[in-house]
Design a protein around this ligand. Structure first.
Ligand SMILES: NC(=O)c1ccc[n+]([C@@H]2O[C@H](COP(=O)([O-])OP(=O)(O)OC[C@H]3O[C@@H](n4cnc5c(N)ncnc54)[C@H](OP(=O)(O)O)[C@@H]3O)[C@@H](O)[C@H]2O)c1
Length: 185
């Protein structure tokens, strides 16, 4: 199962226009245990992210001050040549997300696949019918602009929700393109 697991503002941004996450990192407490990062990661066998997210992690010390934070094989999607992090299991890819999904599936066995972000990449997987779930922890913040959570027209089904710390967390199953669009199509 491919799961887009992330934190978001109330108005649907995962980072501000300058890619700052200060609004998130200063929040009180943690999401409810059922939505906690450690429990989530225990079920994950592979991850995928776009280059802005990758470069954010590098800019915040991975590969220099600190080791790469994830042990699972991680695909980085980019049209550019990006620096490697020594000792990290990174695989670079570009273009069609379907072969990336197949390779992740192969690497992960029966474990879940984590879509780290951003929203455009999540949208590409959703377009291909490969995005199964969206799990969001909403921080009590609005930004007005920034990096969008999921810039697509989709129907989702609410499966589970919980409150933890400053966050309200929810798990949604992706049902598919918005019903209104399917009727027109
Ligand atoms: N709130 C949270 O918990 C959370 C979670 C994750 C990320 N974030 C933050 O949110 C921001 C996300 O940035 P973003 O919206 O720009 O998204 P992103 O997916 O991290 O980066 C987008 C870039 O990745 C490359 N890319 C994506 N898909 C590709 C494909 N199929 N083929 C080739 N290249 C592809 C493209 O750049 P190039 O081709 O130029 O490389 C594209 O401009 C970052 O600041 C990140 O740190 C926040």
């Amino acid at each position: 199962m491919l799961i887009y697991y992330t934190a978001t503002t109330l108005d649907g941004f995962i980072a501000d226009p300058d890619d700052s996450l200060d609004w998130l990192l200063r929040q009180e407490g943690e999401p409810d245990e059922a939505f906690g990062f450690e429990a989530f990661m225990a079920r994950v066998g592979a991850a995928v992210m776009g280059s802005t997210t990758y470069e954010w992690i590098l800019a915040h010390g991975a590969g220099t001050d600190e080791p790469w934070p994830y042990t699972v094989p991680t695909w980085v999607m980019s049209s550019r040549d990006l620096p490697q992090v020594e000792g990290a299991d990174l695989r670079f890819a570009s273009g069609d997300v379907r072969p990336v999904h197949a390779a992740m599936r192969e690497a992960a066995g029966d474990r879940d696949l984590w879509l780290v972000g951003g929203g455009g990449l999540a949208g590409r997987f959703a377009d291909a019918g490969l995005l199964d779930e969206v799990v969001v922890s909403v921080a009590p913040v609005t930004l007005g602009s920034g990096r969008p959570l999921l810039p697509r027209r989709l129907d989702l089904e609410l499966v589970e929700t919980a409150r933890g710390g400053a966050f309200v967390s929810s798990r949604f199953r992706v049902a598919g393109p918005l019903q209104e669009d399917r009727r027109q199509g």
